[in-house]
Write a protein that binds this ligand. Structure first.
Ligand code: SF4
Ligand code: SF4
Length: 390
């Protein structure tokens, strides 16, 4: 980061703290910030970096905007003004208000941006897909969706589901969808590998949770699916979105994005943004993708700061629970509360868990047998959720 760009995107207090970290880092690493800064970083006036979204051929700027928490069209318009041309929403976000907000934001500029939205999670029927798309089109105020994703493919067998494919094919023929994809939150490597192995190459785009703490299995699967011709969109890029307080006021979010985009198989990242400060901070990365040694140090500190609380949402612990508790979704709810600071979203997510699979089931469990690959105390997290969402 150049000092000039830092001072524009951080408050003075944060900026001074960043300077302190930089000095420390230079001492630890034996390098100076000036040596780490790339010419790219020093010239943020360059146009935004872009990549091609796999076989769709869409040229997408590498930072898109996630609208999980946005109800203000002006924020999306500000992001567009700063070069964002990929807007990610979903039928379920804020009970449809996110799509409505996107629709208002793109009025008069529809041909300048790509919109991706998603069917309601868990939609398994042709009728459900068609109805979901019709509602999305209405809310968005558009007659086509650039990328329609089937939401939450957490089981690799869904990749070959004939009924879902039939629905998408018909909607595409009707001109309502340009390209189709899916999202995955759990069992991500399995789902990606199934997509890479699909002889029909039916899906064009996949969106998955990916950040600097993701496992090698996910990274390898991303490489396979990108090689098969799919566009790959990264969400949950900010490692839980925990606030800068975890690092003494230094924001880890640019470094997190640079790490994700350092993987050439990722087309774009769509971090959720809730205000102009975040938009500016994230969009800046489009002009400076180089992950510096300082960034690496920030990420090391960030990983250490959130280690006791951060769940990778991989779901690998869930087979160890005899009661079928959806541990990763419970933890995602906690992340929305603790990291995103959005208690309403946290409650909505938690109370959307089917009866019997929430943390309430843990109340009668004497000894937790679910084991976390990251060493989290799952019983303690479930207890915390029960208390928070009671
Ligand atoms: S405490 Fe018991 S019910 Fe809860 S996640 Fe662990 S094994 Fe499952
Ligand atoms: S608790 Fe651990 S194993 Fe379970 S989903 Fe989170 S990171 Fe994965």
């Amino acid at each position: 980061m150049s000092s000039s760009s830092d001072s524009r995107f951080f408050g003075r207090r944060e900026f001074l703290r960043l300077g302190a970290l930089t000095a420390t880092t230079a001492g630890v690493a034996g390098t100076a910030l000036g040596q780490n800064a790339s010419p790219e970083t020093a010239a943020p006036a360059n146009g935004p970096a872009s990549r091609v979204l796999g076989r769709t051929g869409l040229k997408v700027n590498v930072i898109g905007i996630g609208t999980l928490q946005i109800t203000e069209p002006a924020l999306i318009q500000a992001a567009m003004d700063l070069g964002v041309n990929y807007i990610d929403t979903a039928r379920v976000y804020i009970n449809g208000r996110s799509e409505e907000t996107v629709g208002k934001a793109v009025q008069g500029r529809r041909d300048k941006v790509f919109i991706s939205t998603k069917t309601p999670p868990g939609t398994k029927t042709k009728q459900g897909v068609v109805e979901g798309v019709e509602k999305s089109l209405k809310a968005l105020g558009t007659d086509y969706i650039d990328v329609l994703e089937l939401h939450q493919f957490n089981d690799a067998s869904l990749v070959q589901n004939a009924e879902l494919r039939e629905a998408l094919t018909e909607l595409r023929k009707a001109g309502k969808l340009r390209f189709v994809g899916c999202t995955t939150h759990k069992n991500q490597a399995d789902v990606l590998n199934a997509l890479a192995d699909d002889p029909d190459k039916f899906f064009d785009v996949v969106m998955l949770a990916y950040n600097f703490q993701s496992g090698q299995d996910v990274k390898d699967a991303i490489a396979r699916v990108a090689k098969s011709g799919m566009g790959v969109v990264a969400m949950k890029t900010q490692n839980g979105g925990y606030k800068a307080e975890a690092l003494g006021g230094i924001s880890p979010h640019q470094a997190s994005l640079k790490w994700v985009l350092g993987d050439p198989n990722i087309t774009c990242a769509v971090p959720g943004m809730v205000d102009l400060v975040q938009i500016r901070e994230n969009v800046e990365v489009m002009h400076s993708l180089k992950l510096t040694r300082v960034d690496e140090q920030i990420l090391e500190r960030y990983a250490g700061a959130v280690k006791p609380t951060y769940c990778g949402l991989c779901g690998k612990c869930e087979p160890g629970c005899p009661l079928g508790v959806q541990v990763s979704t419970v933890n995602r709810s906690l992340m929305y509360a603790e990291g995103y600071g959005d208690l309403a979203l946290a409650r909505e997510t938690y109370h959307g868990i089917p009866g019997g699979a929430s943390a309430l089931a843990c109340g009668d469990c004497a000894d937790c047998t679910a084991r976390c690959v990251r060493g989290l105390d799952i019983a303690a997290k479930m207890r915390q959720a029960r208390e928070l969402f009671a």
